[in-house]
Design a protein around this ligand. Structure first.
Ligand SMILES: N[C@@H](CCC(=O)N[C@@H](CS)C(=O)NCC(=O)O)C(=O)O
Length: 204
């Protein structure tokens, strides 16, 4: 059994989409960041960084329990455990990792930066606009890539799509202007968002 600890943020969604899409059964433990539930001694024992998401797999490698944080590590763990959404060949695997890192380490932190600025007490408009512009630029590149290939890393649906979708769906809901006019991204987003497993992962 896997215990998932998280919430509906980009990072939280990334890990939960992976569990759902990979068909791994898990127990949902919602961690409310606003209430500081990520800073309790119990949670810090799971992740000393005090950040969601975390999973605890009682049947980890070798039948031993495994505690894992970092949404992309959880994403890859779920894919390897289930044998799904990982391309086989080395070139396709490298392309998937490139797309995954771009989505997880560039797009999501930029969304977090924009949210941090606009939801702060005294938001600085020009700084918010600069990071929104940077984010829009990244989504424009994704739009161009999705004009050439069906999915984030080419013609095959991979975990990179789930990583990108976790950020995209949050940005589209809260700062839709950064996704405006990007038809290929929109087409892709509709397809991923229509998947029943992904839909289940979004409901908290
Ligand atoms: N690189 C980490 C980032 C995790 C992260 O930033 N989590 C945020 C929510 S999206 C969090 O728990 N923030 C609360 C805090 O840092 O106090 C990952 O991919 O899981």
């Amino acid at each position: 059994m896997i215990d998932y600890y998280g919430g509906p943020t980009s990072n939280g969604l990334r890990a939960r989409i992976a569990l759902e899409e990979c068909g791994l059964s898990y127990r949902l433990n919602v961690i409310d960041l606003a209430k500081g539930e990520n800073k309790t001694p119990k949670f810090l024992a799971l992740n000393p960084m005090g950040q969601i998401p975390v999973i605890v797999d009682t049947e980890g490698p070798g039948g031993k329990p495994l505690t894992l944080s970092q949404s992309s590590a959880i994403l890859l763990y779920a894919a390897e455990k289930s044998g799904k959404f990982l391309p086989r060949g080395p070139a396709a695997r490298a392309a998937m990792l490139q797309a995954l890192m771009s989505a997880s380490t560039d797009v999501t932190p930029t969304i977090g930066t924009v949210f941090g600025i606009i939801r702060g007490k005294d938001p600085h408009g020009p700084t918010a606009d600069m990071f929104k512009g940077r984010l829009k630029g990244m989504f424009k590149v994704w739009d161009d890539l999705l004009a050439k290939g069906k999915y984030a890393a080419g013609e095959e649906l991979t975990v990179a799509d789930f990583s990108l979708y976790a950020g995209y769906v949050r940005a589209k809901a809260a700062i839709p202007e950064v996704c405006d006019g990007l038809a290929n991204l929109e087409r892709w987003g509709k397809e991923i968002g229509a998947r029943p497993a992904t839909q289940r992962a979004l409901k908290f």
